[in-house]
Ligand binder design. Structure first.
Ligand code: FMN
Length: 177
């Protein structure tokens, strides 16, 4: 399986990033291949609801770095959405990406693919309810399958690196993909 990990935290080598690395480590044990990208390294504009993605080739007309991310998403069998909780939702950058996934409704190019959510937050799983619901509905709309989730409690930069239990969970989730 080809995995694409989308990191929606602005903090590299912090909680989201560390958990996703562990997950990928587990996945590689089963010979899955994986690429990880940091959304904050990409220029992503907001969807402007022009609806051009509903016509002809079903592609987005906005010429920004999403044009580099679209083919990566299409080529992946499984997408990891890694985002910390910001105000009980995803980070703004992750939300920009999600809004720009609109071409995939008409093109159906993500249909049948799997998704995994990796979500650290200060308050832990109880703070993730709205985000989980948003992802469940959106993935369902795109014809994707939620294959797993990791909701971890962490606040300080890279704090999760000292949490063996959560790291182990991430690794095991990677192995079971
Ligand atoms: C703008 C902002 C909003 C946040 N909102 C929440 C929140 O609503 N609930 C929560 O539990 N944690 C919240 N947090 C804490 C982060 O989710 C937490 O620090 C997380 O571990 C950061 O992950 P990272 O190290 O991968 O960036 C917020 C942090 C920031 C910067």
């Amino acid at each position: 399986m080809n995995i694409l990990a989308l990191i929606g935290s602005p903090r590299k080598q912090s909680n989201t990033d560390i958990l996703v690395d562990k997950l990928l480590e587990g996945a590689r044990q089963n010979r899955h291949t994986g690429e990880k990208i940091y959304l904050y390294d990409y220029q992503i504009s907001g969807c402007i609801d022009c609806r051009s993605c509903k016509e002809k080739d079903y592609v987005c007309c906005l010429q920004d770095d999403m044009q580099k991310i679209y083919p990566k998403m299409q080529n992946a069998d499984l997408l990891i959405f890694g985002t910390p909780i910001y105000w009980y939702g995803p980070t703004a950058k992750m939300k920009l990406l999600i809004d720009r996934m609109r071409p995939f409704i008409a093109s159906k190019k993500l249909q049948g693919k799997k998704a995994v959510l990796v979500v650290p937050s200060e308050e832990g799983p109880t703070a993730c309810k709205a985000l989980l619901q948003m992802f469940r509905l959106s993935l369902n709309y795109l014809g994707m399958q939620l294959a797993g989730k990791l909701l971890a409690t962490a606040y300080q930069r890279a704090e999760i690196a000292n949490n063996k239990k959560e790291l182990n969970k991430a690794y095991r989730l990677g192995i079971t993909l």
